[in-house]
Design a protein around this ligand. Structure first.
Ligand SMILES: Nc1ncnc2c1ncn2[C@@H]1O[C@H](COP(=O)(O)OP(=O)(O)OP(=O)(O)O)[C@@H](O)[C@H]1O
Length: 620
């Protein structure tokens, strides 16, 4: 052990020398908790309260007897005495529970590795079974100098508690940095969450290292059952945690501060939805967070300007309304394909809409447009397969208030929550639930079910993955690329505003439409429709012909003979004739191409990106 290492405290171990033992004791001494903080009234406080109430009852009775009113005296004193008796009983139970907790702490000193129970704070909760009962949740604080890094340390503590109480416990959470361990009765763990590994779940070979490393999203199974739940991540025991968009808790709210992993989780959800063939509409309020999903097959639109975002939200709401009408006229909801509507940074978006409405002199209804639409989508969308996925940054967001709680479905809270937020979010039931501030680490809760820790899967942004060229990320992205585009790209078409006034612009925005294909004024990222139109305008005979089709960026390693590609600016658009490996160079490919000005060969890095064009046949 080096001088910097913390003392390894194991009762029963003989310290090498008296000096070392003293040093060890001194180090522990400094970590002794000042006073155990226990929630609720102490047994002494309850006893004192019982005595005070009993004295009050006797005093009331005595006064009324002196006033020659023994009957009313008895009527008044009896219930007060009853209260005193109840307080006395509670005090006695509290004392018994404190004794049981002290016994529990005693059973934990050895496996935890502290000299005695004064170094531990044991907060025992959810007592059930009999008058005193046994606690079903144990929050333990121990000194951070304890050596808790050994494999199986936390499980050994759980076993010791099991031996002491005869009730089995599992490790719900272990925060080594702050010296906190939470044990709970395993019967609480199952619930709506999938705590058993799904058949396709990839077992984590090194669970102990999960705290620090990315866990890559498992590739989609060959069998693309549309109803298959969406994987979110893994729980503390390595089992896959999933979200069922088609279930009764179909919407997903992702809560977390900046950098906690909201964008990464939303990217994963979008890819999972797209590979199932579901259309995905995205409102990306910060404009660039999810723009890597633009042009991704089945992601129909990533709206980045406020006007476009309002149109997308309006359309999602209209889509929901028309689906409701369909169901009313006899269509089975099961026949309605899921539509995933994602709003990243919902609160900022709603505030921006309210400000735009105020500038346009709109009524309160205009200002609340985003909140109202989202609330209605949350409330009714699930019944007609319009699935809402939202991200927000703050746990005190009005959306999380009590009146919306039943509509929220599945909630993933990433990172650490402060106690009041946690208590509001989990309705006080698991007020201690909060995850460590590790990116992607969170607590997930489905409806009113049990909250569980989750490490969300890492999902790369498709565009970033291509730019960086990380092999593993690129493989993952390719595994998720849908083979067939079942839902064409959409763009917003707005009527021209009658004037430049904010009110006219607002009205024009609200009557905007979502139209198939790319906008003619779109950026160079989506140039196929525009390029075709330009060529046709030169050729007057071709005017009015189909201008469908789109382009996308792919890696050179994805090029196939027959692709229409722009290998570089010199070649312009050419047809790929053959793609071969370069001898003795695994990093490059030889591409034979033919263009309008002749043919040629180019040796290009496998991971370089090129743009290819597709005709609008719906098939990649
Ligand atoms: N599941 C994850 N596994 C590993 N690393 C992650 C995970 N999620 C996020 N990260 C890391 O954290 C960084 C920030 O994540 P992300 O951009 O998703 O945060 P955010 O909550 O969307 O932030 P903001 O609110 O500022 O947009 C990522 O770039 C990545 O490095």
């Amino acid at each position: 052990m080096t001088a910097q290492e913390p003392a390894r405290a194991r009762p029963g171990e003989s310290a090498g020398t008296a000096g070392a033992a003293d040093e060890h004791a001194a180090r522990f001494e400094a970590t002794r908790p000042v006073a155990a903080t226990r929630p609720g009234f102490s047994a002494a406080a309850l006893t004192a309260a019982a005595a005070a109430v009993a004295v009050l009852a006797v005093a009331v009775w005595t006064i009324l007897v002196v006033l020659d009113q023994p009957g009313p005296g008895l009527v008044l004193a009896a219930p007060v005495l009853g209260c005193a008796a109840v307080l006395g009983v509670l005090a006695a139970r509290r004392r018994r529970r404190d004794q049981a907790t002290a016994g529990l702490a005693g059973s934990m000193t050895e496996p935890i590795g502290v000299p005695d129970t004064t170094y531990l704070e044991v907060d025992a909760r959810r007592w059930k079974g009999g008058w005193v009962g046994i606690p079903h949740l144990l929050n333990v604080r121990y000194p951070t100098v304890v050596d808790d890094a050994a494999p199986g340390w936390a499980e050994a503590v759980a076993r010791a508690v099991h031996a002491h109480l005869g009730e089995q416990y599992v490790v719900a959470r272990h925060n080594a940095r702050d010296g906190r361990l939470t044990l709970r009765d395993p019967s609480r763990s199952p619930g709506p969450l999938s705590t058993q590994p799904e058949p396709e779940a990839t077992p984590d070979p090194e669970p102990a290292r999960r705290t620090t490393e990315k866990i890559h999203r498992p590739p989609p199974p060959g069998d693309q059952r549309p109803g298959r739940p969406v994987a979110l991540g893994v729980n503390a025991s390595g089992a896959q945690v999933t979200w069922d968009p088609g279930g009764s808790h179909g919407s997903l709210l992702v809560l977390g501060r900046s950098g906690s992993g909201k964008r990464v989780l939303l990217t994963g959800v979008a890819l999972e939805a797209a590979v199932r063939g579901w259309p995905v509409w995205i409102i990306d309020h910060r404009r660039v967070d999810l723009h890597g999903l633009r042009d991704w097959p089945n992601v129909q639109i990533v709206a980045s300007t406020l006007d476009d975002q309002i149109v997308v939200l309006e359309h999602a709401w209209r889509e929901m309304e028309s689906r409701v009408e369909l169901v009313e006229s006899g269509t089975s909801p099961a026949d309605l394909e899921p539509l995933v509507v994602m709003v990243h940074h919902f609160r900022e978006f709603a505030t921006a809409v309210a400000e735009a409405a105020a500038r346009a002199d709109q009524s309160a209804a205009g200002a609340a447009l985003a909140s109202d639409r989202v609330t209605q989508l949350l409330r009714h969308g699930g019944q007609v397969n319009v699935v809402v996925v939202l991200s927000v940054q703050r746990a005190d967001d009005p959306l999380l208030r009590e009146q919306h709680r039943d509509d929220l479905g599945t909630v993933v809270a990433l990172g650490r929550l402060d106690a009041p937020a946690s208590s509001v979010l989990w309705r006080g039931a698991d007020a201690d639930e909060s995850a460590e501030p590790v990116p992607g680490r969170g607590v997930v809760r489905v409806g009113d079910g049990t909250a569980a820790t989750v490490q969300c899967y890492w999902t790369p942004d498709p565009r970033e993955a291509r730019r960086i060229g990380d092999e593993q990320d690129l493989r993952l992205i390719e595994a998720f690329r849908p083979h067939v585009v079942t839902h064409p790209v959409l763009h917003v078409q707005r009527p021209r505003a009658r004037s430049d006034s904010p009110a006219a612009t607002w009205r024009a925005t609200l009557s905007g439409e979502l139209t198939e294909g790319y906008a003619s004024a779109a950026s160079g990222l989506v140039d196929w429709g525009r390029a075709r139109r330009t060529e046709q305008s030169d050729d007057t005979a071709g005017a009015g012909r189909d201008a469908g089709g789109w382009s996308e960026i792919v890696m050179v390693s994805q090029l196939e003979p027959g692709n229409l590609a722009r290998i570089d600016d010199d070649t312009g658009w050419v047809v790929v004739e053959q793609v071969d490996a370069v001898e003795n160079d695994g990093t490059r490919l030889r591409i034979q191409w033919r263009g309008s000005d002749g043919a040629g060969t180019a040796e290009v890095s496998r991971t370089r990106t090129v743009r290819i064009r597709h005709l609008s046949d719906g098939v990649y």
